[in-house]
Design a protein around this ligand. Structure first.
Ligand SMILES: *Cc1c(COP(=O)(O)O)cnc(C)c1O
Length: 389
């Protein structure tokens, strides 16, 4: 581990995470429960450490995308409820029951599989019913002429032996977009979700304990979607426009170091493809940070990274393990100096925009060879490297 520190690493500011959680809790109000989405290793931040803190702070639920992600949390002391949003094969139903893991039920076929397996195991699987109100991905199709069959399918699932229907939820397609058309689409999804809930609960004569739909965009900007529980991911990590508006702080700062500095004559070609030719005498730094660490190759020659003395333009093709930055205007920068790729001084949102993508993709891309170093109260509290030694 020591060997890889001071190469390229991600600093995870748990105080920023706590600040974001508390700010969001205050934003949604005391009556609304809080589910933190920690799928994909908490968007690259480290699901175990993030979940430990959320559990300590009193969050109500966590969500992941697979049973492996859920089990990682259970094996690391996370006892609070966990919802699996995605596909779980029927063979894992026993494991979910044993570990009190909640599963999303997304269609009749899955409901039947889960029910059969739960009965076979002699246990009860807690489930949340997923309603497709316009995302057109997972969930019982309920729009338009599918309303009656959708409601029937959901009622059938709730009545199946071995299943305990604790919750019902849906997912918005454009809640993070602020134009009128998107707002109207979200209105439509919300209205349909409410109609489905009313119809199912009237038929069953029983209410679900948890109704939820608010992802990041809705949690930030639409209090009419809160219901019993909000379900943000990105906001928690302090990324995206809404995070800026709410005064949330970026949790991850990705740092690397200057490994070599060389001075080239004018007319020197730099890196693969000879994309960049020095226009004058140029002082170039090599960073041990490339696309295998998660640096989008499409950013080659398009971005700036932050040194302690100012911003340095990235030059030439980004390689697998390295990239170059221009230090001609920053003579004070020396070998061994730290460089911030993104974080508090260089927002990941800006870098994502330059790459033509969303911040989610950049934090998720930070690869397993980049150690995560966790800080609390300004002190390092733990380290994690996802390699097998
Ligand atoms: C990923 C995910 C979320 C969280 O999305 P954010 O945009 O990060 O808030 C919420 N609900 C579901 C079903 C998801 O898949």
């Amino acid at each position: 581990m020591e060997s890889t520190l001071k190469r390229t690493w991600a600093e995870i500011d748990l105080d920023a995470l706590a600040h974001n959680y508390r700010t969001l809790r205050a934003h949604v109000g005391g009556a609304v429960k809080f589910l933190g989405v920690v799928k994909a290793d908490a968007y690259g931040h480290g699901a175990v450490e993030v979940s430990r803190l959320l559990q300590e702070l009193g969050a109500d639920y966590l969500a992941v995308s697979s049973v492996d992600e859920a089990m990682e949390l259970r094996k690391n002391g996370i006892t609070m409820p966990i919802l699996i949003l995605g596909h779980t094969p029927r063979e894992q139903v026993g494991l979910m029951i044993e570990n009190r893991i909640t599963q999303a039920v997304t269609c009749r076929a899955k409901a039947v599989e889960y029910s059969e397996e739960a009965v076979r195991c002699g246990g009860e699987l807690t489930v949340h019913i997923k309603v497709d109100t316009g995302m057109s991905r997972l969930g019982y199709l309920c729009a338009g002429r599918h309303f009656a069959t959708g409601v029937q399918g959901i009622c059938d699932a709730c009545a199946m032996p071995g299943l305990k229907a604790e919750g019902i939820f849906t997912h918005f397609a454009v809640a993070d977009e602020s134009d009128e058309d998107s707002a109207a689409y979200t209105d439509g999804q919300l209205a349909l979700f409410c109609r489905v809930i009313d119809a199912v609960e009237a038929r069953r004569g029983e209410k679900f304990a948890l109704h939820h739909c608010a992802n990041t965009g809705a949690t930030a900007a639409r209090s009419d979607t809160y219901m019993d529980m909000v379900r943000p991911g990105l906001l928690l990590y302090g990324c995206g426009e809404f995070a800026q508006e709410l005064g949330l702080q970026p949790v991850m700062t990705l740092k690397t170091t200057v490994s070599t500095i060389k001075t080239y004559d004018a007319g020197t070609d730099v890196s693969y493809g000879r994309l960049y030719t020095t226009p004058c005498t140029t002082r170039m730094g090599v960073l041990p940070y490339g696309y295998a660490d998660g640096f989008q190759r499409c950013l080659s020659g398009k971005c700036e990274l932050v040194t302690d003395h100012g911003k340095a333009p990235q030059r030439g093709r980004i390689c697998m393990d390295m990239c170059m930055i221009d230090l001609t205007e920053l003579p004070q920068v020396d070998v061994g100096d730290e460089v911030e790729v993104f974080g508090k001084r260089n927002r990941v949102d800006d870098l994502a925009a330059l790459a033509g993508t969303i911040p989610y993709e950049l934090t998720c891309a930070v690869s397993k060879r980049v150690p995560r170093i966790y800080f609390r109260g300004g002190q390092e509290v733990s380290r994690e490297l996802l390699l097998r030694f």
